[in-house]
Design a protein around this ligand. Structure first.
Ligand code: DLL
Length: 426
């Protein structure tokens, strides 16, 4: 059988004109659908002076109002539903740190759309029908587990729905079922590595890692790749756009995340003013869904920071626009003594130090309004706090305190890793 390079070659290689036509049709449909079938959207669009017929070109999107996470929260549980309740087949929900959850509902067509996006990602990572994929994000309200599963079904994979936790059993499944690929948050791959090291085991059949749900540094990626002997891909998605993989993944060529452009429109705006930014400038990425029925999103403000890398055809043959791997969330930017940085930059710097392990915490200590940073990190014998402090000073331009912990002593998480902790010393 010929090796699949694309899951949906036609859709993944549309010319620029074809894409623009598909997008315009999708945008018109989405605005009309939301306006006609949902009170919240109708009021929001009408207040902005919009009628469904007003979309005539793709540029008209800039006049549409933004949608925020708070809008989703305010409409909890199903205030944003644009289809009859009886058409809903599944839901997912994310709670985040602030309480009221964000809900996404799916019709049968939405589930097919999600599966299509995920199948494209899985084949882009090199998976072929019949290959085994172990799915390590939780199956439940979190969208991760089910997203990988729907995609695996569509792409004809052998799904191993391990869900999260029980690392010893994960390793047993990986070995016994000759699993070729894992889908996971990258911090959980670090757990697998610890277990392999502890037991002196290898995973000769494992070739591919599909990691996402949190930002991770290039250095973390290459460590995981070299220890597991895999190629690691960065998959992006969120509850509001319909889950993991809906907003794309990077390919073998590693020059940005391919956003599935026949399914979503992408804009980059200034995170403070909301003004559009030119290609190449870092800003907040905004998505508009083009085919989703139950809860479409119109100009959803993700709070994720990235830039448009290219609109040209990629070396892999795909024509979709590419955005950079996510730098961090606007809300995660830390400012200490006048220096701005993201947790991912601390991770990158830490992972450059030989002997430093993958587990770390960034502690922000507030002392009468002055913030000090302490970095707790696990490391092998021989690594000192001074070495960590010196390297972070060189790479980030400020001097945090570095505290070294023995391997296995910092707390572990099974889902998204919590890296930043704030403590008040006053
Ligand atoms: O985290 C979906 C997902 C599951 C993606 C599994 C990949 C793998 P939420 O819980 O709604 O959904 O969180 C969405 O997580 O706005 C980003 O801030 C962050 N995020 C997701 N993927 C990436 C990534 C899932 N590849 C939020 N790189 C998003 C960086 C990511 N951040």
């Amino acid at each position: 059988m010929n090796r699949l390079r694309f899951w949906n070659e036609r859709a993944e290689t549309l010319s620029r004109d074809e894409l623009a036509a598909v997008q315009l049709e999708g945008l018109k449909w989405t605005v009309k659908h939301a306006w006609a079938n949902n009170e919240f959207y109708r009021v929001r669009l009408t207040e902005a002076g919009f009628e469904p017929g007003d979309i005539r070109s793709l540029d008209d999107i800039a006049d549409l109002p933004f949608l925020t996470k708070d809008d989703f929260r305010d409409q909890y549980p199903l205030g944003m539903l644009c289809m009859p309740r009886a058409a809903v087949r599944e839901m997912h929900m994310s709670s985040g740190s602030t309480g009221t959850p964000v809900v996404m509902a799916y019709t049968e067509a939405d589930l097919t759309q999600w599966a299509e996006c995920m199948a494209r990602c899985q084949v882009m990572a090199g998976l072929q029908p019949g290959d085994a994929l172990q799915i390590m994000p939780t199956f439940g309200l979190f969208n991760g587990g089910f997203g990988f599963y729907h995609g695996a079904r569509r792409a004809g994979l052998f799904a191993v729905p391990a869900s999260s936790g029980n690392t010893a059993r994960q390793v047993m499944l990986l070995r016994d079922f000759k699993v070729k690929a894992i889908g996971s948050v990258v911090s959980y791959a670090a757990r697998i590595i610890e277990m392999l090291d502890e037991k002196g085991l290898e995973l000769p059949d494992l070739k591919i890692g599909i990691f996402g749900a949190e930002s991770f540094s290039d250095e973390m990626r290459s460590r995981v790749e070299s220890r597991l002997g895999i190629r690691a891909f960065d998959i992006y998605g969120m509850t509001e756009t319909g889950g993991v993989g809906t907003t794309g993944m990077d390919c073998e060529a590693r020059c940005g995340i391919h956003v599935w452009q026949d399914q979503y429109l992408t804009e980059i705006v200034d995170p403070v003013t909301g003004a559009p930014l030119p290609d190449g400038a870092v800003g907040e990425v905004i998505f508009t869904s083009l085919t989703r029925e139950a809860i479409p999103v119109i100009r959803y403000r993700t709070r994720d920071l990235t830039r448009i890398v290219s609109r040209e055809r990629c070396a892999c043959g795909r024509t979709s626009l590419r955005i950079d791997r996510i730098e961090g969330r606007c809300d995660d930017m830390l400012i200490v003594k006048g220096v701005n940085f993201f947790p991912k930059q601390v991770e990158q710097a830490l992972m450059e130090i030989p002997g430093v392990l993958q587990e770390y915490q960034i502690i922000l200590e507030d002392d009468h309004g002055v913030t000090d940073v302490r970095v707790n990190v696990e490391a092998l014998e021989g690594v000192t706090g001074y070495m960590v402090e010196k390297h972070l000073k060189e790479r980030l331009g400020f001097s945090p305190k570095g505290d070294i912990f023995k391997p296995g002593t910092l707390p572990r998480s099974e889902g998204k890793a919590k890296r930043v902790f704030r403590v008040n010393k006053t």
